[in-house]
Design a protein around this ligand. Structure first.
Ligand code: ATR
Length: 278
């Protein structure tokens, strides 16, 4: 990414992705591309940051109007917020901060970004089966956003995780908002028959299968029958080992690229053009 020096001045709006690491993020490419397309003079930069508390001071020094927030700051960044969207409170994580006359507002565009690409599939399953039972694989931050989004769409869930205690805790927490709609179990052969019941929408949220050292198949104990829909939110590689196996069995699959683009589009829609009354 490069920027033309003569176009940058103290009023140039700056946006950033804040986290550690940030160098591999595709967010700068997406957002700078949008700025160019919209003929908007703004910069989107990868900003390595050890503590989100540094951000307000930096924002005053530079003209920082908003940022994406990534690992490991999605929870801690809530401390600098004056306001937060309901999604942030529900999943206790914030992936976007915007600065306006009220101060800092936190958004979570992962929730809607995750669900939008599968809305037609959920409708289809509901039409043919009367209800949607979905399985969420994993119990970390990504699982929480996915599970919340699915429950909000009226799905019934099973959360399966390698460490069953974490799945139980997440299920308990979500049950307080959606009583009777979510159960949990261990990720392994003991849950094979439960997974069969929830197989029409299987959502993979763990790091297993990612490029750069996370190779593997988190559902190696499970044989696809062909009528599953597999949504693996990983997008590097574009086809994980798990997705390849599902496709070979005749299943429909989706990776996480559309989710990533949709959450970025939602950020762009909410991003302030100018800073007013600060
Ligand atoms: P994120 O916020 O990105 O979801 P996380 O909170 O670190 O990240 O969660 C990672 C998820 O991947 C967890 O569900 C984790 O399972 P555990 O809770 O048992 O740790 C899962 N995970 C990571 N490595 C795994 C592996 N080798 N096999 C199965 N699950 C794994």
């Amino acid at each position: 990414e490069s920027f033309r020096a003569r176009k940058i001045n103290p009023d140039t709006p700056i946006f950033a992705i804040i986290g550690n690491p940030v160098s591999h993020s595709r967010s700068p490419e997406i957002h700078n591309g949008n700025f160019r397309r919209d003929r908007r003079e703004a910069l989107y930069i990868p900003l390595l940051c050890d503590d989100p508390e540094e951000i307000p001071a930096f924002a005053l020094e530079a003209n920082l109007l908003g940022a994406s927030v990534t690992v490991p700051h999605k929870e801690a960044v809530r401390r600098i917020l004056q306001h937060e969207d309901d999604e942030v409170s529900a999943v206790e994580a914030c992936n976007t901060i915007i600065r306006d006359s009220r101060g800092w507002t936190g958004l979570n565009t992962d929730v809607s970004g995750f669900i939008q690409p599968i809305i037609p599939v959920l409708r289809e399953i509901r039409e043919s089966r009367g209800e949607v039972k979905a399985a969420v694989i994993g119990a970390g931050g990504a699982a929480k956003a996915a599970a919340y989004a699915l429950l909000r769409e009226g799905c019934e869930l099973i959360i399966l995780n390698r460490t069953p205690r974490r799945a139980e805790e997440l299920a308990e927490q979500l049950s307080s908002i959606f009583p009777g709609k979510v159960i949990s179990g261990v990720l392994g052969p003991d849950s094979r028959s439960l997974l069969q019941t929830y197989r029409y929408m299987i959502v993979q949220t763990t790091t297993v299968g990612m490029a750069h050292g996370h190779a593997g198949d988190p559902l190696s104990f499970y044989d696809f029958t062909g009528d599953e829909f597999l949504y693996d939110i990983i997008y590097t590689p574009a086809v994980t080992e798990l997705m390849g196996r599902a496709e070979n069995a005749g299943c429909r699959t989706k990776n996480g690229w559309e989710m990533f683009q949709r959450q970025a589009a939602l950020q762009a829609r909410r991003s302030p053009k100018l800073l007013t009354n600060m």
